[in-house]
Design a protein around this ligand. Structure first.
Ligand SMILES: *[C@@H]1O[C@H](CO)[C@@H](O)[C@H](O)[C@H]1NC(C)=O
Ligand SMILES: *[C@@H]1O[C@H](CO)[C@@H](O)[C@H](O)[C@H]1NC(C)=O
Ligand SMILES: *[C@@H]1O[C@H](CO)[C@@H](O)[C@H](O)[C@H]1NC(C)=O
Ligand SMILES: *[C@@H]1O[C@H](CO)[C@@H](O)[C@H](O)[C@H]1NC(C)=O
Length: 350
């Protein structure tokens, strides 16, 4: 972070904590999407894509695996803290998501889900449609708890975050000839954009007014992507990054259109591409020393069941690693990302 950014960040944090006075800045935080934000919904699904075993979670508050695809906290966990929440939105399918606890929001995300419905189906994850169905059930619970008027306020002032698209490309498009022989990356992105628009429109129709969506990360720099598509080099895969940039531009344009169509909506596109790219290409500037290899296992591929207690080579301290596993940032990288999200998300809390 340069000086100005860190100054701004400190200022925002100070403001957040002084204004919040114990009360969070917004009434609720609801989260949708994929493994970047899943906090354990997949634990309760018959999918292979899970992270509810060690070493996942070893640096989390409880030092136990939760289903998060990380050694510790996700970027959205830090975001919840910055917003003044004293707990993280629980996974909708988890026992914790009961009673008054749900009033401050719930997490519907499911690893291996995406904008493309068949990505989620392929891995038996929750499709976005399914996540939306659960969101409606959540709304009903909130109405029952606090009445229609208060509930409407929670829905409109609460923040709704969407993180999707990575699995659509990494776990589907690039490895699925039925997609990559039929559609160009651009055409595939257009299909994803339709799904994104529909999802935002649906949230809006249900009363949501504050919505944030994350861009794709530099997918070509994920350790697993370099291993699978890097043809033996140790460099970020340029083609994948190019596709991600082009997807992100579309996401930006689509969001502008949605904003002009939906009165009263606050819709923020959170760029995670650049902050993560900076961490990867200039790790030392932020106190990292390893950005090519992930901590878990050999650090070149392992994710989900491949990253487990028996993986050989897992690093003993992930603090200076940008990546925890082949696809997912470490807790310390997530903290940096969350600081960047905070700077970008000012519109959502003002
Ligand atoms: C979800 O799975 C956990 C174990 O991972 C279990 O304890 C819990 O009862 C399940 N919750 C639901 C709602 O099925
Ligand atoms: C609804 O909101 C009002 C005003 O903020 C508050 O006094 C009341 O306790 C709330 N009702 C419930 C059931 O939480
Ligand atoms: C989206 O567009 C705005 C200008 O309209 C630009 O400032 C921003 O950097 C763009 N974000 C991405 C992720 O391309
Ligand atoms: C990991 O490394 C960081 C920074 O080098 C250090 O502050 C921390 O105490 C280490 N953690 C453990 C568990 O050794």
């Amino acid at each position: 972070m340069d000086f100005l950014t860190s100054l701004l960040c400190g200022f925002l944090l100070a403001m957040v904590f002084s204004v919040s006075n114990g009360d969070p800045l917004v009434p609720a935080l609801c989260i949708f999407g994929d493994s970047v934000v899943d906090v354990g919904n997949n634990n309760n699904l018959s999918t292979l894509i899970k992270a509810n075993f060690p070493p996942y979670g070893r640096d989390f508050v409880t030092h136990k695996p939760t289903g998060r695809f990380c050694n510790g906290k996700l970027a959205t966990d830090f975001t919840a803290e910055y917003l003044g929440f004293t707990s993280y939105p629980p996974a909708y399918l988890n026992r914790e998501a009961r009673g008054k606890r749900v009033l401050t929001g719930v997490n519907f995300a499911s690893a291996a889900s995406g904008y493309y419905e068949r990505t989620a189906r392929l891995f038996r994850a929750l499709t976005l449609k399914h996540q939306l169905k659960y969101y409606k059930l959540w709304q009903r619970k909130v109405v029952n708890l606090v009445g229609r008027t208060n509930a409407t306020n929670i829905f409109s002032r609460g923040i709704h975050l969407i993180s999707a698209g990575s699995s659509d490309f990494m776990q589907n498009y690039y490895i699925n000839p039925l997609l990559n022989r039929v559609y160009s990356p651009d055409q595939f992105s257009d299909i994803l954009m339709k799904s994104y628009s529909t999802f935002v429109q649906n949230l809006y129709d249900l009363g949501a007014r504050r919505i944030g969506v994350t861009t794709l990360p530099p997918t070509g720099c994920l350790p697993a992507a370099i291993t699978l598509f890097g043809r033996g080099t140790n460099e970020c895969v340029a083609k994948l990054n190019k596709d991600a940039i082009s997807f992100n531009k579309k996401l930006n344009r689509t969001s502008q259109k949605l904003k002009s169509k939906l009165p009263g909506i606050k819709l923020v596109v959170f760029d995670i591409y650049q902050p993560l790219f900076d961490l990867i290409t200039k790790p030392a500037e932020s106190g990292f020393f390893e950005s090519r290899k992930a901590c878990c296992g050999t650090g070149t591929l392992e994710t989900s069941f491949l990253c487990n207690a028996r993986s050989i080579g897992t690093c003993s301290n992930a603090t200076n690693y940008v990546f925890w596993d082949g696809f997912h940032p470490s807790q310390s990288a997530n903290e940096k990302l969350a600081q960047s999200l905070l700077e970008q998300g000012f519109d959502l809390i003002s």
